[in-house]
Design a protein around this ligand. Structure first.
Ligand SMILES: Cc1cc2nc3c(=O)[nH]c(=O)nc-3n(C[C@H](O)[C@H](O)[C@H](O)COP(=O)(O)O)c2cc1C
Length: 251
């Protein structure tokens, strides 16, 4: 069984084998026409029920980009990438389309959140793969969720539109290009056949830590994000407020 994409990867899949998030960019624009191809790749993503429940905002205003970077944990790569998008789920446009034909809106918040996030993520990831296939570097910015409501307001998002994350795309600075790809959890912890495992043994979980801890224990990062008092817990009230503000809090 193949358990890594490093050996004999078919050329068509090399873009996946080489993926790494890039956080240092050269101060250059994308080559002429490339952004169009990247956006077209995004538009070709599958879409649930043909709902197109996404909106991407390309941030070209330097002051606005700087403001967003400040709100997103002051990440400098947001300022330096040639392109920065805020990826949103969007059921506002869909509601307008349904209303235009006289339909009464029947979509509730849970479906909107789940399907909208799914649609938007397929578009964004198509763009990532396209950009990387063209030789650019990309980096998602989940820190949008540190200030979801403020970002929604700064971008004048109507109810039904919610920022999910940012996406940097730019010309790779080779000086700081990560020399290796990051590890992934072993396949047997993530892909199952026919049913979910009864439970994970400690040994199986340790195999996950072993795979993910080439230099330092993976828990150093996992704990900071997912344990009590971590980033994800801190984001919970911010997201709850933003969901309310954008009319997407389940009732
Ligand atoms: C939804 C999402 C949000 C992310 N947010 C950030 C972020 O705010 N800043 C950042 O530098 N990287 C961010 N990343 C990149 C991850 O840190 C990166 O994908 C992970 O460490 C694995 O590394 P790799 O992409 O190089 O394989 C994010 C990735 C995803 C999928």
């Amino acid at each position: 069984m193949i358990d890594s994409m490093s050996d004999d990867v078919p050329p068509a899949l090399a873009v996946f084998a080489g993926h790494r998030s890039v956080r240092f960019f050269r101060p250059e624009p994308l080559a002429a026409g490339d952004l169009d191809w990247i956006v077209e790749a995004g538009r070709r993503a599958p879409t649930d029920a043909q709902g197109h429940m996404y909106a991407l905002l390309r941030i070209t205003d330097t002051a606005l980009r700087d403001h967003l970077a400040t709100l997103c944990a002051n990440q400098q790569h947001i300022r330096e990438a040639a392109e920065f998008f805020v990826v949103c789920l969007d059921v506002y446009r869909l509601e307008r389309l349904v209303a235009l034909r006289g339909g009464e809106w029947g979509m509730r918040q849970r479906i909107a959140l789940l399907y909208g996030a799914t649609d938007a993520t397929m578009v964004a990831q198509n763009m990532v793969v396209a950009a990387e296939a063209l030789g650019y570097g990309t980096c998602y910015i989940g820190a949008v969720q540190n200030s979801t409501g403020l970002i929604a307001a700064a971008l004048k998002l109507p109810e039904g539109v919610l920022p999910l994350y940012g996406l940097c795309i730019g010309v790779i600075d080779p000086v700081h290009y990560p020399p290796t790809v990051k590890p992934r959890l072993p396949r047997e912890l993530c892909f199952f056949e026919n049913s979910y495992p009864a439970d994970f043994t400690d040994d199986q979980l340790e195999s996950g830590y072993a795979a993910m801890s080439p230099k330092r224990d993976w828990y150093e990062s996992l704990g900071l994000y997912f344990a009590k008092g971590g980033t994800m817990e801190k984001r919970e009230p911010i997201m709850a407020h933003a969901w309310q503000q954008q009319g997407l809090e389940p009732d």
